[in-house]
Structure formats: C-alpha cells, structure tokens
Design a protein around this ligand. Sequence first.
Ligand code: SIN
Length: 304
Amino acid sequence: MVDTKVTLCGIELDNPVIPASGTFGYGYEFAELYDINILGTFSFKGTTSEPRFGNPTPRIAECTAGMINSVGLQNPGVDKVISEELPKLRNCFHKKVMANVGGFSIDEYVKTASKLDNCDCVGWLEINISCPNVHGGGMSFGTSPLAAAEVTRAVKKAVKKPVIIKLSPNVTDIAAIAEACEGEGADGISLINTLLGMRINLRTRKPVIANRKGGFSGEAVFPVALRMVNDVAERVHIPVVGIGGVSSAENVLEMMMAGATAVEVGAANLINPYACRDIINDLPSAMEKYKINSLREIIGAING
Ligand code: SIN
C-alpha cells in the first residue's frame, strides 16, 4: 500500500490534491457529483471584504491547451460567505478548507482574513496577492517584494491560522517575492496564479475579453509553473503549493519532485468536473509505476 499523505503547514492531508480557488466554487456544487471528502482539501472562491459583481463580459477566451479568464474576483463578500456559503460547505465537507482571500488594500486583506480566521472549518488562509484582473489591488501587491512583505506582515499579525501567500508569475524574480513573504512569517507559498494573456477576434478586430487582457491557465502553462515552483522551493524553507496546468497524477508527482508539498488543480476542473477525483484515484498506480512508497519522500527529490 502506498502512502499518499502529506502535511501542509502542520495539518495532515490524505493526499496532496487541492482544487484551486475559483475553479471549485464553495465546494458544495461539486459535492453533487462525488464525495468531495476524498480531496486533500480545497481552496474556495476568492473572497473580498465587500461583494463584487466582477468584470464585464465576455470574461473567458479559449486558447490552445488553456484558457484566459478575467472574472475580476466576483464573490458575495466575506460576511455572506461566512453566513451562507460555509454552512452549506460544512454539510458536505468534513475536513479543514483553505480560505482564499483577495483585497485592494492592506486593511481589506487584514479585515477579510481575520473574519475567516475565526471560522472553525478554515484550516489555512491563502492570501491572493496575484489576481491579474483587478486594478489597485490583487497583483499590484504581488509584483514587489516590499508590498508582498507588507501584506504578509499585516495579515500574520492579525490571524492565528497558517498563512499561505499566493504569488503571481508576472514578475522577473518570483523567488525574491517568496523570500520576502517568508521573511515576514508566511507559513507557505502557493504558485503560480495565471499568466497575463490576450486574444483578438479577427472579425471585430477587438480583444475577445471585455477587459482586454486576462489570466492564462491550463495544461499549456505546466512547464512554466513547474520551473517557478522549483525556483521558489530552492530559495525558501516553508512549504510550497504547486499550481499551474496540473491535469494528471503524473503532473502531481512532477510538481512534488520540483519541491511542492501539495498541488492545486485549477483549469482542469473546468474541463472535467471529476478531474480531481480522477487524479486522486490514479495516484496510487502512478506511485507504484515510479516506485514511490510515500509521497513525502519525493518532495524536492530533484535536488536530493
Ligand atoms: C479572477 O477572479 O479574476 C481570478 C482570480 C485570480 O486570478 O486571482
């Protein structure tokens, strides 16, 4: 019997597979399809202090082996998430969940994170400083080591639960930003959020997406994400969560060998709602094929 367990910031997961924020709603929608308790955990839809309608449509553009989104952090706001979404989630998911927090100012990150920190079902706070689809917040905190450090410091001071900072790939040195977050007490780093991208409609001669540009994700980004996960894992001493184009059990193993302790699956859920279930089911046979007894032993294996 192979061992798929890993430990993320002090909490043991049955397996490292985590649906990424924005691709799995608040979980209960997927619980109609399969028992979501098989997941390691999942990261729920990015939540801000106030409700957000999101960006104008169209917000999605199809691409080869991927897609561009410009959703714009649409969500009902933290108070409604706590009063309406989390109770529904608790009925069908009995593990700790990862709360994904968006924001436009340090104060907003702190306020939203503090409220979610008080929820029993929340195990980790994933602070999104990397949304490419909003102005005046989101990615602007994730493109400077100083600003990333400032958010981390403020949130860490305000909460008790482990803080994982979600980073943008749209920078020159992502590992320097990860180090800045680690320096202010971040408990983990997750990466990558989407790569800035664009499509143009040849008939209208206009961008496909109303907001012109958006975040590119999907299988095509996997090698880029893997490289960045490795860059960060080699520079920090806290757990790294690998994200970007993961669509198979083999991709999970690669991410872990590059240095990830756990792995988020994003766009694949939008193509196949059973993607995470299938990856979890396939993990034991993939481990046997590559002679892996325990996933813990392969974290960062390429450097070993
Ligand atoms: C969005 O809501 O625009 C996507 C979230 C993100 O990329 O961080």
